[in-house]
Design a protein around this ligand. Structure first.
Ligand SMILES: Nc1ncnc2c1ncn2[C@@H]1O[C@H](COP(=O)(O)OP(=O)(O)OP(=O)(O)O)[C@@H](O)[C@H]1O
Ligand SMILES: Nc1nc2c(ncn2[C@@H]2O[C@H](COP(=O)(O)O)[C@@H](O)[C@H]2O)c(=O)[nH]1
Length: 206
């Protein structure tokens, strides 16, 4: 059995582009991925469950997590904190499992500093008008929050050059297939496969 650390996949993109929709559909197809449930201080939306959609925290609890270095990244986004739990991600990667993060851009850039070997995927909408329609039609944000999220979206889209892959989420099935192909092809990267073989050969010789 070849042992190797898991791959960290990071999916980013502006609010409303469809990250959650793509991720849920991908996870129905690829059961080997592990989703890292984020921490947030925002209020749960209708139907959201603590420990499934997010770990919902108070501002004080979140700031304690920051102080105790329990997050691999965190960001303030449109008035709330969001962050990725360190222990879960590190344990899963160490056990050889691939981990999937769905996070905004400031956080993704922090992850890139600490996990440069991660695979960074940016999801973009077919147009800004379509993005606005998607946020509004989801029906979860006030008018003010829609405006704030769209303002953030414009800055986020400018950061797409920092990503390894850019996927247009025009049709959901096509976007999911593309992200799944990225996951598969990362497993076939020559360096990764060569390293696995080298480790196995070294073990055989010892
Ligand atoms: N390809 C698509 N075509 C049309 N509508 C879509 C598509 N992908 C997602 N949507 C819809 O767009 C809305 C926003 O999707 P979703 O909540 O997945 O976005 P998100 O990027 O995860 O947002 P956030 O970052 O705010 O959590 C949802 O109503 C979803 O059904
Ligand atoms: N930096 C991080 N961003 C995160 C994390 N979890 C989610 N997010 C992103 O925040 C915005 C808003 O999310 P919403 O659920 O309020 O719509 C969105 O872009 C998420 O992807 C995280 O752990 N770190």
């Amino acid at each position: 059995m070849i042992d190797e650390k898991g791959i960290l996949f990071i999916l980013s993109g502006p609010s409303g582009v469809g990250k959650g929709t793509v991720r849920k559909s991908l996870f129905e197809k690829d059961t080997d991925l592990r989703y890292s449930i984020s921490m947030t201080t925002r209020d749960p939306r209708e139907g959201e469950v603590d420990g499934v959609d997010y770990f919902f925290k108070s501002k004080e609890e979140f700031e304690t997590l920051i102080e105790n270095k329990k997050l691999i990244e965190y960001a303030q986004y449109v008035g709330n904190y969001y962050g990725t739990p360190k222990d879960y991600v590190e344990q899963q990667l160490e056990s050889g499992n691939d981990v999937f993060l769905e996070i905004e851009v400031q956080g993704a850039l922090q992850v890139k500093e600490n996990f440069p070997q991660g695979v960074f995927v940016f999801l973009i909408p077919p147009s800004l008008e379509e993005l606005k329609d998607r946020i509004i039609s989801r029906g979860t944000e006030t008018e003010e929050l829609v405006r704030n999220r769209l303002a953030a979206a414009k800055e986020e889209i400018e950061m797409m050059d920092y990503y390894d892959y850019v996927v247009v989420n025009d049709q959901i099935d096509r976007a999911v297939d593309t992200v799944q192909s990225i996951v598969r092809s990362e497993h076939c990267k020559r360096d990764r496969v060569a390293k696995q073989y080298k480790q196995a050969l070294e073990r055989d010789e010892s």
